[in-house]
Design a protein. Structure first.
Length: 174
């Protein structure tokens, strides 16, 4: 798919989904349409699963669900409806309350919590970074690269330059 046709597909996708936002009823259709129509991934349902149950420690609930999961990249998707305040805290399956942004970073936070006596300098020393933290960051980095369509081996300078170009295009088109 060319860059021009992908932009056209993205605009059509936005138009098609504008005003929609029923999280539980539209999650799978939303993601399949995005992956197939905008990113050109055929048969998206072959690698993405929806509404997977997860056990919870809360007694009032038996299980909760992950909205989407891509096993090959270990990406968990927590989709929110258009009415959801992304800055508000919501109860998680473990009883904690997190904003959707905090929820996305939870794997990294969980890995850091395994080393309560270590400083950030110790945790992020390239020679001594704990394997769990390194793995959580690699998974997060891989998800971001894939989400933006970057090659896995893209140099950081190329990534930063492309992100700035994307931002400039978005702000110039408003």
């Amino acid at each position: 798919m060319s860059s021009v046709s992908q932009k056209q597909a993205a605009k059509q996708f936005v138009q098609d989904w504008s005003g929609k936002g029923y999280e539980k009823g539209e999650t799978s259709r939303f993601w399949i349409a995005l992956l197939q129509n905008v990113y050109g991934i055929q048969d998206a349902t072959k690698f993405m699963e929806f509404e997977l149950p997860v056990k919870t420690i809360l007694k009032e609930k038996g299980s909760d669900f992950i909205d989407g999961y891509i096993a090959s990249t270990k990406v968990l998707i927590e989709q929110k409806g258009s009415h959801v305040d992304l800055n508000a805290k919501y109860r998680q399956s473990d009883g904690s309350e997190l904003t959707p942004y905090q929820q996305a970073a939870q794997a990294i936070l969980d890995a850091r919590a395994l080393y309560p006596d270590s400083s950030l300098a110790d945790l992020y020393d390239s020679l001594t970074m704990p394997p769990e933290l390194r793995k959580a960051h690699h998974a997060n980095d891989a998800a971001v690269l894939e989400a933006y369509g970057f090659p896995k081996d893209a140099p950081e300078s190329d990534i930063v330059a492309r992100l700035f170009n994307m931002y400039q295009e978005l702000t110039n088109n408003k």
